[in-house]
Design a protein around this ligand. Structure first.
Ligand code: PMP
Length: 414
């Protein structure tokens, strides 16, 4: 049986999440849809509530106490994220709505400025749609080509021919750090080194990495890193694009409007300094403040404990689910190569039916293509069923999942 590490007390952590203490469909809630979004601890909820109750005002503009406080809160949140992510300068942290907007920002600015006919962007077929479609849009407008790193039968990137996939025309490699559909943890360091050797930049989609592992962008050496606060215990509608300062400096603005300008004339304007150049309009101030509170929370719990706990849950879940007849688990076989995501099929039961039956048992999981249709095509399925873990999940949650799957098998007559 899996043991928690001594400093990591899952029951104590669980008590920090009020939403988990409820009954759904007559059963205690078992929340295993964390790759879609995570739940929020009291610390984050209180910071959000306090911000709105005590400090709310618009930032950077008002000459009054509340505006000063809101500005300090917003900019301190940026500082906190910069320090946590290992950025060399707070100006490298651009607040966005989330990973999707962060990638679209790079595609619409750097992509439109830098890519020309015949240039290449190297993606992987493991990408979430948010790291494919923005590049398709840019490729259509610039004449750039998209190439893909393929997957092997286990759902790992095939990197043997990486040197051939990276050509003199490759301007960017855009890839996910951790797969939301398979749980694969990618050897990003190797790709970064190979891409840089060919003069290409690297954008990493960190949406599924930051909830589970310590990320230091300076140590990683990529050029852009994108993530969403809501998957790591923070609020929705807030995310981050980290970019290397010298690259961000050269990029055109994303959206036009207030906040992002230096001076506005009739025909032309100048831009604000980084990072404000990329933050047009009133930002999600509370979202940023909540995201920083989430960072505090993650660090308070500690990534070492989180990783060990989630690896133990994964091991336990794979063991238990292995008892089920007709179960196919997708993704890497080696535990060290995957995070706490289990994408699976159970005989020929439709994933939506499985999810519906589990829901009636109080177990929340996801069924569908997980915004990764290229992965589904690779697996030869239309959809999978996905259970995904967070720090607050327990072996009881896994047991309930297992029992729910037994109910599914009973209904489908196996
Ligand atoms: N990339 C990955 C790997 C994801 O899992 C997700 C969210 N499912 C996204 C990008 C998009 O994140 P968001 O919807 O928060 O912008």
């Amino acid at each position: 049986m899996y043991q928690t590490v001594s400093t990591f007390d899952v029951n104590k952590i669980r008590n920090e999440f009020p939403i988990l203490q409820q009954v759904v469909n007559g059963k205690p809630l078992t929340y295993l849809d964390n790759a879609a979004t995570s739940q929020k601890p009291r610390d984050v909820l209180e910071v959000l509530s306090r911000y709105y109750q005590e400090d709310n005002a618009n930032v950077h503009r008002g000459i009054h106490e509340l505006s000063r406080r809101a500005t300090v809160a917003y900019e301190s949140a940026r500082e906190r994220v910069a320090e946590w992510l290992g950025a060399s300068d707070r100006a490298e942290i651009v607040w966005t709505r989330g990973t999707t907007e962060a990638i679209n920002l790079v595609a619409a600015t750097w992509g439109m400025d830098q890519l020309t006919e015949g240039d290449e962007v190297l993606l992987t077929i493991m990408e979430h749609h948010s790291n494919i479609v923005p590049w398709q849009l840019v490729a259509k407008r610039t004449g750039a080509k998209l190439r893909y790193i393929e997957l092997d039968a286990e759902g790992k990137l095939i990197l043997d021919d990486l040197d051939q996939l990276l050509t003199d025309r490759t301007k960017l490699v855009a890839m996910t750090h951790v797969s939301n559909a398979l749980g694969t943890v990618n050897p990003v360091q190797r790709v970064i080194e190979a891409a840089h050797a060919k003069g290409a930049l690297v954008l990493l989609d960190g949406a599924q990495a930051v909830p589970h592992m310590n990320v230091d962008v300076s140590a990683l050496g990529a050029d852009f890193y994108a993530f969403s606060s809501h998957k790591m215990c923070g609020p929705t509608g807030a995310g981050v694009l980290w970019g290397r300062k010298e690259i961000l400096e050269e990029m055109s603005p994303y959206q036009g409007g207030g906040e992002m300008i230096g001076f506005v004339g009739r025909d032309e304007s100048t831009w604000a300094d980084l990072p404000h150049k990329f933050e047009a309009g009133t930002p999600n101030i509370a979202g940023a403040v909540g995201a920083a509170a989430a960072v505090d929370f993650m660090e308070k719990v500690g990534y070492d404990g989180i990783q060990e706990h989630e690896a133990g849950l994964l091991r336990y879940a794979l063991d238990r689910m292995g008892e089920l007849k007709d179960l196919t688990v997708y993704g890497p076989k080696t535990l060290g190569e995957r995070s706490g995501v289990i994408s699976f099929a159970l005989g020929d039961a439709h994933p939506h039916d499985i999810a519906t039956i589990l829901d009636s048992e109080g177990v929340a999981i996801r069924a569908g293509h997980h915004c990764a249709q290229l992965v589904m095509k690779h697996l030869g399925v239309a959809a999978t069923t996905r259970a995904s873990f967070s720090m607050y999940n327990t072996t009881d949650d896994v047991d309930r999942l297992f029992e729910g799957l037994r109910v599914v098998q009973g209904i489908f007559g196996r």
